[in-house]
Design a protein around this ligand. Structure first.
Ligand SMILES: C[S@@+](CC[C@H](N)C(=O)[O-])C[C@H]1O[C@@H](n2cnc3c(N)ncnc32)[C@H](O)[C@@H]1O
Length: 251
């Protein structure tokens, strides 16, 4: 009996997709795992400032696309022409899917922790079927904690809560021992009046600015009262986390 070899069509190798954290602040806050993943990329998507900061680590000749800000979420659509956003999304969708179907490695690079208000988090939902893998990295929260240099959670009964400055507006629960606030769209007066419903006016309030940028990072110790008085004058930059509650001011 003769045996016949049936020619098989090679199975196309599916590529891979990663959402890689560049860390926060200086470029050397990148983890080794993030670096290795970036160096294996065939297509990189990054915001222009992230690209500029990490360009020396990108593989030579790699294709780079602007990752946009909030693509595939409502964030990208706030106050702009949504047809422009749709055009960009269509282009990104097409290019990413084509690259993965060709067996290539697609890397979306994001600053901070992508799962904490990350502008690239929409890629996870849009490309869910491609099983994107997150390579974690340093968040502004980690970098700011390092600057505070004190235990924030050190007994099992302590509570730490994170939200945005606007996120505590309707909060009526037990005030957490430490409240950490991302400051997007900060309104100092409104924030103070909401905080004063939860904490006394002498409660420590700390601003951590530009965490992770060695040359610029700064910590400003205030109380809720002095923040109410001086907050507007401080011209708080975008890169600021606010800590309220059981923070040791003598550190
Ligand atoms: C869109 S969120 C992105 C957060 C990011 N995914 C992370 O993990 O840090 C931006 C907010 O993060 C905080 N932030 C970002 N970079 C910071 C930095 N270097 N220092 C302090 N806060 C920062 C600020 O509250 C800012 O308004």
């Amino acid at each position: 009996m003769s045996t016949k070899t049936v020619p098989t069509t090679p199975t196309p190798t599916q590529g891979e997709m990663y959402l890689v954290s560049a860390g926060i602040g200086d470029a050397d806050n990148l983890t080794l795992k993030a670096l290795k993943t970036i160096q294996s990329a065939d297509l990189i998507l990054a915001m222009p400032f992230v690209e500029k900061q990490l360009a020396e680590h990108f593989p030579e000749g790699v294709e780079i696309l602007d990752a946009g800000h909030g693509l595939f979420t409502s964030l990208a659509r706030s106050g702009v022409d949504s047809s422009e956003i749709e055009k960009r999304e269509t282009h990104v969708r097409h290019r990413v899917r084509q690259a993965v179907s060709e067996g290539l490695c697609v890397v979306v690079v994001e600053f901070g922790d992508p799962t904490l208000f990350g502008p690239q988090v929409g890629y996870l939902g849009e490309f869910h079927d491609l099983n994107p893998v997150i390579i974690p990295g340093i968040s502004s929260f980690n970098a700011a904690n390092a600057l505070l240099a004190q235990p924030l959670l050190h007994s099992s009964s302590q509570r730490l809560m994170m939200t945005t400055a606007g996120g505590i507006k309707d909060y009526t629960g037990i005030p957490p021992d430490v409240l950490v606030l991302f400051t997007m769209r900060l309104n100092v007066e409104e924030l103070c009046s909401n905080l004063l419903k939860l904490y006394t006016s002498d409660t420590p309030l700390v601003l951590v600015l530009s965490a992770g940028f060695n040359k610029h990072e700064r910590v400003i110790h205030l109380t809720l009262e002095s923040f109410r008085e001086q907050g507007e004058e401080l011209e708080i930059p975008w890169a600021c986390l606010i800590y309220v509650g059981a923070i040791d001011v003598d550190r």
